[in-house]
Design a protein around this ligand. Structure first.
Ligand code: NDP
Ligand code: 2IT
Length: 451
């Protein structure tokens, strides 16, 4: 990076850190984007004059609220709810809701910031937002989850709407939670609109929305592999997580001819040297989505698989790594293991799962590497398709939705190539995704004046 550009990055980040002290995930996410776009911004001084980066890193609105609820024994609990509406430059705010004990303002702001550029990449008109709570759904009964969701929505409803802000799922928020949230929204507002996505198929949901993030991730990884004449066929794939994204990434990778060797949760990982098949996949879907069990039970059911408590799957050699659990789950030592194991491609299903140091190791070793905002955009893109279907009061077939999803992932890949191609022909997907997303958002902000 040239001196002037480096000074610009340092100055910008210094001010941002002073304004947002201690928000480490938010600062990490912003730094990655700023480093990618700084050469472009400094060559286009009108972007500096208009303070585009200063504006897009200050959320348009943040709502923080009390969420009181009562457990099955009659004890009262108080959680904290959040909605960060980062940018409405290109459409109504859009982004998931996360229920996890780690949720805090920094994590909400990083996710809303990332979502702004991810949504721009989808080519659909959606702004960027994120919400959630430090509520831990683990071990809670359905009724407790319902009471929590109703209390959460009793405050959130006043800040959202089909043309204002459209939440969806994320960690700890799946079909069950979206159902309870939607029910309460509808009851308070007395209107049946597409204000949440990820709804059930019989009440406004889109076919393929549950599968979309994982499937889209594999469609994107297919494109990356094709740049080197490779495919999923016969490849060993390691996946982290065992939730929504991991499940359908595993299913699609398997159907594309790969051997899926690992899945994980926050307690440990399973390694199945024979790989997943359709029957094992069905077992995982039942285990996680119906019984809400732990991944270690897989190794009890299938004794050829091993369970490693307290570990992540990255030390098992693989050809393709798909992190699908959470932020910063690939650290320096994990990245070294991934490289040492002969991996050729790391495609992110989770949001920001790789630390900056680990990214440098992976990119430095010449692996294909894609950031989540590009490769996991299939989920929110299909949410955008759900919004379109709701507005038209229509529902498309899975084939139609799948065709849109494939095309959107191909277009995002093409945008990454357009802005991320290095002189030697290799592709910097981080730069490509950040530039393509930023340029679109910056143009919309310029057109709409100082707001
Ligand atoms: P789920 O809640 O369905 O699954 C999350 C999985 O990751 C679980 O197996 C969970 O294990 C594990 N996990 C969560 N937090 C941690 C942690 N701190 N350490 C280790 N493991 C953890 O969530 P999703 O599959 O929906 O989301 C996974 C990732 O994908 C997130 O980064 C999310 O932001 C991202 N994403 C999700 C999209 C979607 O449409 N759902 C779209 C795009 C991105 P445990 O049960 O032990 O908590
Ligand atoms: O991180 C994400 O893109 C999501 N959790 C999906 C958001 C959405 O609105 O579908």
């Amino acid at each position: 990076m040239e001196n002037f550009t480096q000074r610009y990055v340092d100055g910008f980040m210094g001010e941002l850190e002073a304004r947002n002290p201690g928000e480490k995930e938010f600062l990490q996410a912003v730094r990655e984007v700023v480093e990618s776009v700084a050469p472009y911004v400094t060559e286009n001084p009108q972007l500096m004059d208009q303070k585009i980066l200063e504006r897009v890193t200050e959320p348009e609105r943040i709502v923080i609220f009390r969420v009181p609820w009562m457990d099955d024994r009659g004890e009262i609990h108080i959680n904290r709810g959040f909605r960060v509406q980062n940018s409405s430059a290109i459409g109504p705010y859009k982004g998931g809701i996360r229920f996890h004990p780690s949720v805090n303002l920094s994590i909400m702001k990083f996710l809303a910031f990332e979502q702004t550029f991810k949504n721009a990449l989808t080519t659909l008109p959606m702004g960027g937002a994120k919400g959630g709570s430090d509520f831990n759904p683990r071990g809670k009964s359905d009724l407790e989850v319902m009471r929590f969701c109703q209390s959460f929505m009793t405050e959130l409803y006043r800040h959202i709407g089909a043309d204002t802000d459209v939440p969806a799922g994320d960690i700890g928020v799946g079909g069950r939670e979206i159902g309870y949230l939607f029910g309460q929204y509808k009851r308070i507002r007395d209107e049946f609109t597409g204000t949440l996505t990820g709804k059930g198929i019989s009440w406004g949901g889109s076919l393929l929305r549950p599968e979309a993030t994982g499937y889209g991730l594999c469609y994107f990884a297919e494109q990356m592999l094709a740049t080197r004449g490779e495919s999923f066929e016969g490849k060993k794939v390691n996946i982290s997580g065992a939730g929504n994204v991991a499940q359908y990434a595993a299913q699609k990778a398997m159907r594309l001819g790969a051997k899926v060797q690992t899945l994980s949760d926050s307690d440990g990982f399973i390694y199945d040297p024979e790989g997943l098949d359709e029957e094992k996949m069905e077992y995982v879907l039942q285990l996680k989505n119906i019984r809400r069990g732990r991944i270690k039970e897989y190794a009890q059911k299938y004794p050829q698989a091993q369970y490693f408590p307290g570990e992540r799957p990255w030390r098992i050699p693989c050809d393709i790594a798909l992190p699908c659990a959470t932020q910063n789950e690939i650290e320096k030592a994990d990245a070294e293991n991934i490289v040492k194991g002969g991996c050729i491609c790391v495609a992110e299903g989770a949001n920001m799962p790789t630390t900056p140091e680990a990214i440098r190791i992976i990119q430095g070793a010449g692996l294909l590497y894609s950031p989540g905002k590009a490769s996991n955009a299939g989920g929110v893109a299909t949410s955008g398709l759900e919004m379109s279907q709701n507005s038209m009061r229509q529902s498309w077939t899975s084939e139609e939705v799948d065709r849109y999803l494939r095309r959107i992932m191909q277009d995002i890949h093409a945008a990454c190539l357009q802005y991320g191609k290095n002189p030697d022909g290799s592709v910097n997907y981080v730069k490509g995704a950040n530039m393509a997303g930023f340029i679109k958002v910056a143009r919309a902000m310029t057109d709409q004046g100082l707001v």
